[in-house]
Design a protein around this ligand. Structure first.
Ligand code: ADP
Length: 184
């Protein structure tokens, strides 16, 4: 069976677990021989969207460009894993409509948990005002209303979250048949 392209879009607060889950999903998909690509928000901002800031307009433009690249890859049969805070609901919906084959994963941990983790030390800087417009602290985050997957990373293990993503991709018919047996 030929692989169907799909964009798997991980949205959530900084420190919620997007990168961690994306990397684990990547590894598992690669081991099954899937063609995949990762679009990581931080890396994209150093390249494709360098120069954009964190106003609503710039954040939306950032997501629009990531969405455009995802669309090109998806239509060529690639599984695209996007890991980006993507705080605004409307632009996520816009991208979903354009791409079509779109799976939204809400990587959800309460703000206080993300802040305790403070993986990159950014929350501390946001609280002191050193960083402005920080999502969850001084900028909005609009949670998905109807995501295909929700990973409560404060309540479940990384592997449980990864399994949820896999199961959904399987149910929606995005995994080649040879990978179905492995997770059955
Ligand atoms: P993000 O990419 O959303 O900013 P990261 O993946 O960089 O977040 O950081 C999430 C942190 O939370 C990591 O230190 C990770 O080990 C931890 N963590 C704890 N439980 C989970 C889980 N169930 N899923 C993902 N990450 C988890």
């Amino acid at each position: 069976m030929q692989q169907r392209g799909v964009t798997v879009w991980f949205t959530g607060l900084s420190g919620a677990g997007k990168t961690t889950i994306t990397r684990a999903v990547e590894e598992k998909l690669r081991s099954q021989g899937c063609k995949i690509e990762i679009l990581d928000g931080d890396i994209i901002r150093e390249n494709l969207t360098k120069g954009l800031g964190f106003s609503k307009e710039d954040r939306d433009e950032n997501i629009r460009r990531i969405g455009f690249v995802s669309q090109l890859l998806t239509r060529n049969g690639v599984i695209v894993l996007v890991s980006a805070i993507s705080p605004y609901r409307a632009i996520r919906e816009e991208v979903r409509q354009k791409i079509g084959n779109f799976v939204e994963v809400f990587v959800n941990a309460p703000l206080n948990v993300c802040e305790e983790r403070d993986v990159k030390g950014l929350y501390k800087k946001a609280r002191t005002g050193e960083i402005k417009n920080f999502t969850g602290v001084s900028d909005p985050y609009e949670p998905p209303t109807n995501p295909e997957v929700e990973c409560r990373t404060d309540l479940e293990t990384r592997d449980e979250s990864v399994d949820k993503v896999f199961r959904t991709l399987q149910e929606l018919g995005y995994l080649p048949t040879n990978s179905l047996a492995e997770i059955a």
